[in-house]
Write a protein that binds this ligand. Structure first.
Ligand SMILES: Nc1ncnc2c1ncn2[C@@H]1O[C@H](COP(=O)(O)OP(=O)(O)O)[C@@H](O)[C@H]1O
Ligand SMILES: [Mg+2]
Length: 395
């Protein structure tokens, strides 16, 4: 077992600026920032993932993937070689655990012991990292320390190091996506643009409020609960954006790519109004994929998704006694399905909005089109969060 930090970060100078790179299942994304308070956006690019390079989060063509990453960096005009990447959600797990109060030096050993009970992968096949939430000095004798542990499969980590090296890059930090998301959405959870003052506060939510971040990516979804400065819980959910596509595929007898097009063009998560129907019903294609037909196809997936989220929230309530969840931010490309935030909000009875990662940085409006940034905000939360890690502590 090797710690992420031991392997990568500690060996290197923390003063290095690294870029955030996400190898998603549907797209590759890169973000470069310049250190500062807040950091400044300096470059970004996205490329769709070509078929045949990855399957079920496994890299099947390492050389091909390395070429795509090179092309992505070229497109963005990025020269930097150090990268912060993340392991895929299915290959990683985070858990909050409690251990007796002890010195930081003793923790390493104790955490390894404890982690074995919580991690569903064989312990000698994982890379383990942890973060102590309580300051041992603030915790009384006999009380417990809360620790977040993150574990990723060693296979996946080494595979990632290999293709990064193939692409001519230097892995600086390998993170987990939920933590990256929170970094990117800190401003959004606060409900304001980050300034020097709010950055140093590092709170996700105010007071006792619990915030939820939901990411719906192509092949995974995660739900993360936070309060103040703490991650309270993180769970993977078995319904993702690809499931919406598959539902359309089945309902209309299409191949995956055509179904994906129909989803982007006609997909909706809320019952279409008569107006919407009338507006769209003027040609044969639009009649075939009328909003209500597409909605009928998507509805079961939506129900499954909200059921899974509700289950995660209830699991947390049972564990923690009571919990008032004040708001939810939804992110990931899947969050762009028309009406999705409202549909989830109505089903769960909480306020749901799209998260805005760009609140965590500044950017030159002459160089970056703010309409475009707004459009790609959901799928850029993870890579932006990785890039934030890449400049943390640099300035
Ligand atoms: N306008 C949209 N409506 C519905 N789904 C969308 C829209 N735009 C993107 N998506 C979906 O978002 C997913 C990609 O999200 P992303 O966060 O980039 O995933 P990954 O990081 O796994 O590659 C795809 O399933 C795609 O269909
Ligand atoms: Mg992603």
């Amino acid at each position: 077992m090797v710690s992420f930090r031991e392997r990568f970060a500690r060996m290197l100078s923390p003063k290095i600026e690294a870029v955030g790179l996400e190898v998603g299942t549907s797209a590759l994304k890169v973000v470069e920032l310049r250190a500062g308070n807040p950091p400044t956006l300096s470059a970004l690019a996205v490329r769709p993932m070509p078929a045949g390079l990855v399957s079920e989060d496994e890299v099947t063509d390492q050389q091909g993937l390395a070429e795509e990453i090179k092309a992505l960096f070229q497109e963005a005009g990025i020269q930097k070689r150090f990268t912060v990447t993340a392991v895929s959600n299915r290959q990683a797990i985070t858990r909050n655990i409690h251990v007796p109060r002890m010195s930081v030096a003793e923790l390493d050993e104790a955490i390894r012991w404890e982690a074995e009970r919580y991690i569903p992968f064989p312990i000698d096949e994982v890379v383990l990292d942890y973060f102590v939430l309580d300051n041992p000095e603030d915790v009384a004798e006999g009380e417990q320390l809360e620790v977040v542990i993150a574990a990723a499969r060693l296979d996946e980590v080494s595979q990632q190091v290999d293709y990064l090296k193939h692409a001519g890059l230097e892995p600086h930090v390998i993170d987990v996506k939920p933590f990256s998301l929170l970094r990117a959405l800190r401003g959004s959870l606060h409900g304001e643009h980050l300034t020097k003052a709010t950055l140093s506060g590092q709170n996700f939510t105010e007071g006792n409020e619990i915030g939820v971040v939901l990411e719906i990516a192509a092949s995974t979804s995660t739900v993360t609960l936070v309060r103040g400065q703490r991650v309270l819980m993180n769970r993977n959910i078995n319904v993702s954006s690809d499931d919406f596509t598959t539902a359309i595929q089945r309902a209309f007898g299409l191949d995956f790519d055509s179904a994906e097009e129909v989803k982007l063009e006609y997909g909706t998560a809320t019952i279409p109004t008569e107006d919407e129907e009338d507006l769209l019903n003027f040609d044969a294609k639009r009649e075939q994929f009328s909003p209500s037909r597409v909605y009928d196809a998507l509805r079961p997936v939506l129900v499954e998704l909200t059921t899974e989220i509700r289950r995660s929230l209830e699991f947390f309530r049972v564990q923690s006694g009571d919990a008032t969840i004040s708001r939810m931010l939804v992110t990931g490309g899947g969050a762009k399905l028309r009406g999705l935030p409202d549909a989830i909000g109505d089903a769960l009875g909480i306020k749901v909005e799209l998260g805005d990662p760009w609140l965590a940085v500044t950017f030159d409006e002459g160089r970056f089109d703010s309409q475009y940034l707004k459009k790609i905000a959901p799928e850029f939360a993870v890579p932006l969060g990785l890039a934030l890690r890449g400049v943390a502590g640099v300035d």
